[in-house]
Design a protein around this ligand. Structure first.
Ligand code: PMM
Length: 279
């Protein structure tokens, strides 16, 4: 690993329907307890979300999303955790920041609700802009990349346009993080192409967050001989393998569900680095 190890962002989905952990932490108490477990496992950041973005998901009302995330953010921030809010909505971002969130993780990169950029610009929080093309209920319609350079060039170019919008809204460049958006308007092969060639996205010059954890392209990779995709519960080892590779690529952050295995893997990398430096 050259440079700083990635930060580990643990996922706290306060939703009834997220694809990986939907319904497990749908009430505030269990979500708060889960966040505390992730902190004990070594998470640097807790990413609290109240809207499922699984393909085909329908959106909650703003009030529902607020009711889900605000009490959880308030409690975890009061514990001293660095909390991120996973939202595309300006009202939710504003309430989350008021409740103590330090990062706004917007999977739409400001496309779903451009007002969110103003909320971020008027605060001092970090903004994660992810590559995104459409809401979950029809994003698979947009999973085509026939342009020269394919998905890698498209993601780079579309993120570059988001960077312009974010900076034009007054967000300081040092507060911006980019994310290639694995699984969002992307089929399995697109995700692998992006993972195999992060260089062009990295060359935009911003820290990168990557969320590969438990996503369906891993289920497909690990499918049974009869083609049945590996279930959510069986995807953490493959996620951890990717965490190791992404750490070696120098990404800024890893968004994962099973925080402990990724933190363990990062400790292995650090021990090797130390042995090399001392040897
Ligand atoms: N993936 C999901 C939700 N939020 N945020 C960022 N920045 N990057 C991601 O890849 C990402 C995200 C969907 O996964 P989940 O349903 O397991 O939370």
């Amino acid at each position: 690993m050259s440079g700083d190890p990635p930060v580990v962002m643990g996922v706290v989905n306060v939703t009834p329907d997220s694809f990986s952990d939907g319904g497990l932490y749908a009430d505030a108490d269990s979500a708060i307890a889960h966040g505390r477990r992730l902190l004990a496992d070594g998470a640097d950041i807790l990413d609290v979300g109240g809207e499922s973005t699984r393909p085909g998901a329908t959106r909650p009302l703003v009030e529902e999303e607020l009711d889900r995330v605000v009490p959880v953010i308030t409690a975890l921030a009061a514990d001293g955790a660095t909390v991120s809010v996973d939202t595309m909505r300006s009202q939710v971002a504003a309430a989350a920041v008021a409740a103590g969130a330090r990062i706004v993780n917007d999977v739409s990169g400001g496309l779903a609700d451009p007002e969110i950029l103003r909320v971020v610009a008027e605060s001092d929080v970090t903004y994660v802009a992810m590559h995104w093309r459409a809401h979950a209920d029809h994003m698979t319609d947009f999973a085509t990349y026939h342009n020269p350079g394919g998905v890698v060039a498209a993601v780079r170019d579309e993120l570059a346009r988001r960077v312009e919008a974010v900076l034009a809204a007054g967000v300081a460049p040092e507060r911006l993080v980019l994310d290639p958006g694995l699984g969002f308007a992307k089929h399995g092969a697109h995700n692998w192409q992006l993972l195999a060639d992060l260089g062009p996205v990295k060359a935009l010059g911003y820290p990168l967050l990557v969320g590969a954890s438990r996503k369906s392209f891993l289920g497909t990779l690990l499918a049974d001989p009869d083609g049945t995709p590996r279930g959510i519960d069986g995807r953490d080892d493959a996620t951890t393998a990717l965490s190791v590779l992404l750490a070696q690529e120098g990404v800024w952050g890893l968004r994962v569900h099973d925080v402990r295995s990724t933190c363990d893997a990062l400790r292995v990398l650090r021990a090797l680095d130390t042995a090399r430096e001392e040897g």
